[in-house]
Design a protein around this ligand. Structure first.
Ligand SMILES: [Zn+2]
Ligand SMILES: [Zn+2]
Length: 322
């Protein structure tokens, strides 16, 4: 699905004059999925309308960068390239030196490591660039380039965001099912059961959304991974579930749940905030807020349990004394 139909009107600077030439250039630019040089864009534009001058294309590119529609990238070729920034998250690149194609990916693990390094050095990081140079699969195997049309990074991003949310939801469901089985406190158990039910329902919603996304592009599942979120993909709850199986009491079970939900909420919130407006961002933000609701519920329960436990021994002591 080309992004050419996007409404970039909102990105137009206040008082900006309506220009059909500019709209045309912006639409051609957004239709491209790759990383164009200014000259590539000039060629594309002039192929369709030779009356548009090189200077107009350059000026429009500059305007698109200021308006947040385009972003400059440097692949070390001695000239800049441009990629869509609108509804397109910041990402890293794999760059093939044989065919000059570039491939995009995102990794929370790399980002976390870079943040750690910068903060250890008290370095105020503004921008990080990760570029992997080499030979792409098509070039090294000599196989023809796989068709890339019919989908956009935005769809692949949404696919990967949904996969992550689904994986987290699944491990959450597993966690709460186990916790409900292990908890002796009746109220604590019913909370875990309730959360398990909720996770099951959310899982169904996410899976339906995933199917719907696939129906827009039957090949979507086989397209290369965009989000490499190893830490999260392993399931934010699986560690908690493992601890449960070692045997814990009600209070500890609730505490493990709180830690899992808090970790999950923070993770999805942090990355969701960082993404440009897109379906992937929406999936992250919605998921973050669901996790927050679970977190708040568990905290309330934890406090309730502590209060109930605090009352019980005193009552027992009185009984004994009587
Ligand atoms: Zn190549
Ligand atoms: Zn890119």
């Amino acid at each position: 699905m080309p992004t050419s139909s996007v409404d970039f009107e909102r990105a137009r600077p206040a008082g900006g004059k309506r220009s059909s030439k500019r709209d045309f250039i912006v639409n051609v630019f957004l239709r491209q999925e790759g990383h164009l040089s200014a000259d590539d864009l000039v060629d594309l534009i002039r192929k369709e309308d030779h009356r548009i001058s090189r200077a107009t294309v350059y000026r429009t590119l500059q305007w698109m960068m200021e308006a947040g529609i385009a972003r400059k990238v440097d692949f070390g070729e001695g000239r800049f390239r441009f990629e869509p920034a609108y509804r397109h998250p910041r990402h890293f690149h794999l760059i093939c030196k044989s065919c000059n194609q570039s491939f995009e990916f995102l990794s929370s693990d790399i980002e976390a490591l870079m943040e750690e390094v910068a903060s250890a050095r008290n370095f105020d990081a503004k921008q990080s660039v990760v570029q992997i140079y080499g030979t792409c699969e098509d070039c090294s195997t000599g196989r023809p380039v796989a068709p890339k049309s019919g989908t956009t990074t935005e769809m692949i991003f949404a696919r990967d965001a949904l996969r992550m949310a689904i994986a987290t939801e699944r491990s959450g469901l597993d966690f709460y099912t186990r916790a409900a089985r292990l908890t002796h406190d009746a109220r604590g158990r019913s909370i875990f059961q309730k959360l398990a039910e909720e996770e099951k329902e959310h899982l169904g919603t996410l899976e339906a959304r995933y199917k719907q996304l696939l129906s827009a592009d039957p090949q979507l599942e086989s397209r290369p991974t965009f989000l490499f979120f190893k830490g999260a993909a392993n399931g934010l709850f699986s560690q908690g579930a493992e601890r449960l199986s070692k045997g814990v009491n009600d209070q500890q079970a609730l505490m493990i749940g709180i830690r899992c939900e808090r970790g999950s909420h923070r993770f999805f919130q942090k990355y969701g905030e960082r993404f440009e407006d897109s379906e992937g961002k929406q999936i992250f933000m919605e998921f973050a807020s669901e996790e927050k609701q679970h977190l708040e519920l568990l905290i309330r329960e934890y406090k309730g349990l502590i209060a109930r436990k605090g009352r019980r021994p005193r009552k027992a002591a009185r009984t004994r004394r009587a």
